[in-house]
Design a protein around this ligand. Structure first.
Ligand SMILES: [Zn+2]
Length: 216
């Protein structure tokens, strides 16, 4: 196998469907303030009605990343002066995931958790999100985003559009390139009334601008 074949095989490995025993169920209430009751899906006591979403846990995903590329790696897009990853005002973090030499962006939050477990949740969530950009467990994401209260295909498409816009902003090599790119995506978000995209592109813009300011 030459180098490009190895890369292709590794990336293909990421896209292989996960076996049933590596897929976990997560119950998400349709509304946050639903009354609690006994759930027939997981047997737990939580707000009902809820939808049971399939997801791949941290261990299974890590296993798959190692299978695809033993040298896989991730890094936060931005770090604080003390070396810790920058967490935005929504509690989220952008990462770069590199597999077989290919790097893609991902975003994760702590799903309302606080304290040390919030950081672990945020990392796992960002890795799932970035790995999804490589096609890992894409079939599961298609059915419903773990962080949406009710899964919807439209949201997934909007999410992809936002991720592409953010990626473009974070890839801008200098301030002169950055500004028109940001202006265009911001206008698109405003015009379509997409608040989530508006917030995401603004946060990415501020982050990138800060990076250029640092470099001067
Ligand atoms: Zn349940």
């Amino acid at each position: 196998m030459d180098a490009s074949e190895t890369v292709a095989a590794g990336l293909k490995k990421l896209r292989e469907p996960f076996p049933a025993n590596q897929i976990s169920k997560l119950c998400k209430p349709t509304k946050r303030d639903n009354p609690k009751g006994k759930c027939s899906v997981c047997g737990g006591w939580h707000a009902l009605p809820s939808v049971a979403l399939d997801y791949v846990g941290h261990a299974a995903l890590t296993d798959r990343l190692l299978d695809a590329d033993p040298l896989w790696n991730w890094e936060p897009v931005a770090t604080n002066p003390d070396g810790s990853p920058v967490v935005d005002k929504d509690g989220g973090m952008w990462i770069r995931l590199t597999v077989c030499g290919v790097t893609r962006l991902g975003y994760g939050d702590s799903d309302g958790k606080v304290g040390p477990s919030a950081t672990k949740e945020r990392i796992g969530d960002a890795l799932r999100n970035a790995a999804m950009r490589f096609g890992a467990a894409l079939d599961l994401w298609h059915k419903g985003d773990l962080h949406k209260e009710v899964p919807a295909d439209d949201d997934t498409r909007e999410g992809d559009k936002t991720a592409a816009a953010v990626a473009e902003i974070l890839d801008a090599p200098d301030l002169a390139t950055l500004q028109p790119i940001f202006a265009e995506h911001y206008r698109t978000a405003k015009q379509s009334g997409n608040k989530a995209m508006e917030k995401a592109v603004t946060s990415a813009y501020n982050q990138q601008k800060a990076k250029f300011a640092e470099a001067v």
